[in-house]
Design a protein around this ligand. Structure first.
Ligand code: ATP
Ligand code: MG
Length: 360
């Protein structure tokens, strides 16, 4: 008797048992399997992902492999992945970056929690299945590597720098390229070229969101950034008190002058929850909402003061990861959700997300 042949139908039947967790249907019904090749006991195929997200991808890969390897006679399973994100319509003279949405986080004032918001929003978005990059544009005081718990970059390829990765977020920071105790004396032109290089010389791959953490102030970094890539939106972080609002207004004005749509205002360190459940307004109250109202932009939410937020920043485990059920994590997650919703509405209004271009 001849050995039983493995047929395409058998492989597809096995893959019909594997669900796409988000879309709640199987890989075959969703037309996600392509290039199926059967060579004796060696099976290879490509899975076309609709949401090429890092946590889901691993799960789908494991389940698809397990399903196919269980077919009698199968020895190896080789799975490739592709995503069906529309390809770039290349324009002459423009370098295309496959980043669908770049969002900058700013404030007028330092130390209000921009980096904290950037890190936790990026991780939250990645947890929903989006492909997320985090760019530390604070080249004077880069904090993202510490906050994400990463010390160095992976080896570069011949042409480009490889971003680091933590919690399914790709990240790049000047902090990876200089020694921690080395003073950063950048002159304007160098700052501009550093930011451009972060965009053009880093292998970001395809991203649904690039979150950009801006340095404090209303300065050169934001200008360089917007000259290098069109931003889908800007977010202003403020504390509730008046002096912070004055600075935040300047941040808002900066986005306006740079023609960046303002996605909204986040109020950080809004209150401290006391052991008896009451709230103490350490920095005053309501300022963020007031600022949003007066600027006619959305208010995205408040984040309480929580020692875990600070600790998470210092030890490289964002509060979204370390204590996902805490009020601060919930607040940050819902801010990320609102941001994603606003971006998708804006994209729909524009009819489609247009790939970002960098001017040569
Ligand atoms: N809601 C919060 N509760 C407790 N600590 C917080 C909160 N938000 C931020 N922090 C802490 O406050 C400090 C300043 O936050 P962060 O570095 O995010 O601010 P920043 O605006 O990026 O500062 P800079 O302007 O220096 O870049 C950090 O130590 C951070 O962990
Ligand atoms: Mg910062």
């Amino acid at each position: 008797m001849v050995d039983e042949l493995i047929t395409k139908e058998m492989v597809l039947a096995a893959l019909r048992k594997v669900q796409e967790p988000e879309l709640r249907s199987d890989l075959v019904s969703l037309n996600m399997i392509e290039d199926l090749v059967i060579d004796g006991g060696r099976i290879s195929f490509t899975i076309i992902l609709t949401t090429p997200a890092c946590p889901l991808k691993t799960r789908i890969e494991n389940e698809a492999r397990a399903a196919v390897i269980s077919i009698k006679g199968v020895k190896t399973v080789d799975i490739k992945f592709e995503s069906n994100v529309p390809s770039d319509g290349r324009s002459r003279g423009l370098m295309q970056l496959p980043i669908r949405n770049a969002i900058a986080i700013a404030s007028g004032k330092g130390g209000v929690g921009k980096s904290t918001v950037a890190v936790n929003v990026a991780v939250s978005l990645a947890q929903t299945g989006a492909r997320v990059g985090l760019l530390d544009a604070d080249i004077y005081g880069p904090n993202i590597p510490t906050m994400m718990g990463v010390v160095s970059l992976p080896p570069p390829t011949k042409e480009k720098l490889t971003p680091a990765e933590a919690y399914c977020v790709k990240l790049m920071s000047i902090g990876f390229l200089v020694k921690p105790d080395q003073p950063l004396i950048w002159r304007g032109p160098m700052l501009h070229s550093a930011i451009r290089q972060f965009l053009s010389d880093v292998e970001w791959g395809e991203l649904d969101y690039l979150i950009v953490d801006l340095p404090p102030g209303t300065g050169d970094a934001a200008l360089s950034l917007t000259q290098s890539l069109p931003l889908s939106g800007g977010i202003i972080v403020t504390l509730p008190q008046l002096v912070s609002l004055e600075d935040a207004r300047r941040g808002m004005e900066m986005f306006r002058q740079l023609n960046v749509p303002i996605l909204g205002v986040v109020e950080n360190m809004s209150y401290l929850e006391l052991p008896d459940g009451s709230r103490m307004d350490i920095f005053g109250t309501g300022g963020g909402e007031q600022l949003a109202k007066e600027g006619k932009v959305p208010f995205l939410g408040t984040i309480p003061i929580d020692a875990k937020v600070r600790a998470g920043g210092d030890n490289g485990r964002p509060v979204i990861i370390e204590d996902p059920k805490s009020p601060a994590a919930n607040a940050l997650r819902s801010i990320a959700e609102v941001i994603a919703a606003k971006i998708s509405v804006a994209a729909l209004e524009k009819n489609a997300a247009i790939p970002i271009t960098i001017l040569d």
